[in-house]
Design a protein. Structure first.
Lengths: 171, 286
């Protein structure tokens, strides 16, 4: 129960940070880090696929309603949540070992853990930015947005997830 | 039957995923800036207080620059007022002098009504950006009101209102369209944002007969029902004639810094309802 509340807290914190802080930073059209995807990243490894899809959709709906984005975030988050098991497999290979009793992200070795975050952030923002532009006309512009925003998002999410699983979840 | 149930049990997550994606895609495809602004203005009835506080802190650090802009604007308006006062003295013999007219009546004679608001949320990093203001229906703000900066530069127009907040479609939204012209010239073109830079917009279909030079001022035409004529949009940064040699494509450097906005002025076209009624009245379609 307490674990669920902790995850609910992370959900709320990420949504609030995205809407009230990052969406209001007027640095550049290329700087649009989507950090709320960290919630999907840090869900336990044994999360049932149905919950992955539903929680990801809930995250997308919340951001869409608060920012008036009309479904764009639901498209990106639900696809990311649905594909997470495949990404974990791809990023970790056989590095996870056979200890199925440990469901925390601690099980993922550091190097694979970084690839896991990069792949999740990359997949999510790839869907988001290409669906937003809906055109191949400005592909260089879209790719630049994707790269700049993803560097910022990966850096933030890496430290956020580390802090969450090491300091908060294992308290 | 058992096999079918077993099959659905195996793929129900995929089915759920496809269903959610299909609904979201359909909703996204049918959403317009109008529906997005409606959702946003409703969301701000919940989150508006927090947004307002956060922007209030940010606002505090820009007060000095903003005061300077306002002082310059006041000085310019004082100068204009002095000009009209002098003109009034020159025309004292004219029986239609405004002296003696009730100020409220003078206001009612004007086509435009002005009010101010503070920005509580502003993004530039999306292709469809919106600005939220801390004034709504209860403060007299309505849809279709023009929004300009304190120094008189064009920002956008109101597309959604709740009781206490309103949502503006700014120039930095790929759905934004208005007409513009080179100051002092009557040929006009269509203004839109390409989504590439927060400092530039594009003007297309400007007649090749237009008198254009780099650095020329680009202003509103008055053909739009939202904006009064002559509101400054920006300056010509570059221009080129199109492939068919019929019109210019102009890159306009924005006069307003859309990344540093705090306060805005809202302009209501008092005659807009009357004009819209006339235009929509089927009796005139002969």
């Amino acid at each position: 129960m307490q674990k669920n509340l902790t995850y609910a807290g992370a959900f709320l914190a990420l949504v609030l940070l995205q809407i009230f802080l990052l969406d209001n930073i007027s640095l550049s059209v290329y700087f649009h880090p989507l950090i709320y995807v960290a919630f999907i990243i840090l869900l336990p490894l044994d999360t049932k696929p149905i919950w992955m899809v539903l929680l990801s959709a809930l995250l997308g709906i919340t951001i869409d309603v608060m920012t008036g984005m009309g479904g764009l975030n639901v498209i990106a988050t639900t696809a990311t949540g649905f594909l997470r098991p495949f990404i974990i497999k791809l990023a970790t290979g056989h590095a996870l070992g056979s200890d199925v009793s440990e469901t925390s992200l601690h099980r993922i070795p550091e190097k694979n853990f970084r690839w896991y975050i990069i792949a999740m952030v990359g997949l999510h923002s790839l869907i988001y930015f290409f669906m937003e532009s809906l055109s191949m006309l400005h592909i260089i512009h879209t790719l630049l947005r994707l790269i700049v925003s993803d560097i910022a998002a990966v850096l933030f999410i890496y430290y956020f997830v580390k802090l969450f699983i090491e300091k908060i979840l294992n308290r | 039957m058992y096999k079918l149930i077993e099959f659905i049990r195996r793929i129900y997550v995929v089915l759920l995923f496809i269903a959610i994606e299909a609904i979201a895609l359909s909703h996204y495809a049918h959403s317009s800036y109008y529906t997005q602004a409606k959702i946003l203005s409703r969301a701000h009835t919940i989150a508006g207080g927090v947004q307002s506080s956060i922007f209030g802190v940010k606002h505090y650090f820009t007060l000095r620059g903003e005061n300077e802009v306002l002082s310059q604007r006041v000085a310019k308006l004082e100068q204009e007022l002095a000009y009209y006062r002098n003109k009034d003295i020159d025309e004292q013999t004219d029986s239609l002098s405004l002296e003696g007219i009730d100020p409220t009546m003078a206001e009612s004679l004007s086509q435009y009504r002005y009010t101010t608001a503070r920005i509580i949320s502003n993004s530039i990093s999306r292709s469809r950006n919106f600005i939220t203001l801390n004034r709504g229906l209860m403060h007299g703000v309505m849809e279709d009101m023009a929004v300009i900066s304190p120094s008189g530069m064009m920002i956008g127009y109101v597309v959604g209102c709740s009781e206490r907040y309103s949502v503006v479609l700014p120039m930095l939204n790929i759905d934004f369209r208005t007409s513009g012209k080179i100051a002092g010239d009557e040929h006009f073109g269509s203004i839109y944002w390409s989504g590439k830079s927060p400092y530039r917009v594009e003007m297309t279909d400007l007649s090749k007969h237009a008198d254009i030079e780099i650095g020329d001022e680009v202003v509103t035409t008055g053909l739009s029902h939202f904006f009064p004529e002559g509101i400054k949009i920006g300056y010509v940064e570059s221009y080129a004639i199109n492939d068919t040699q019929t019109s210019y494509h102009v890159t306009v450097r924005l006069a307003a810094d859309m990344t540093k906005l705090n306060n805005v002025i809202l302009i209501e076209n008092v005659d807009y309802g009357e004009i819209a009624n006339l235009e929509n009245n089927p009796q005139h379609e002969n």
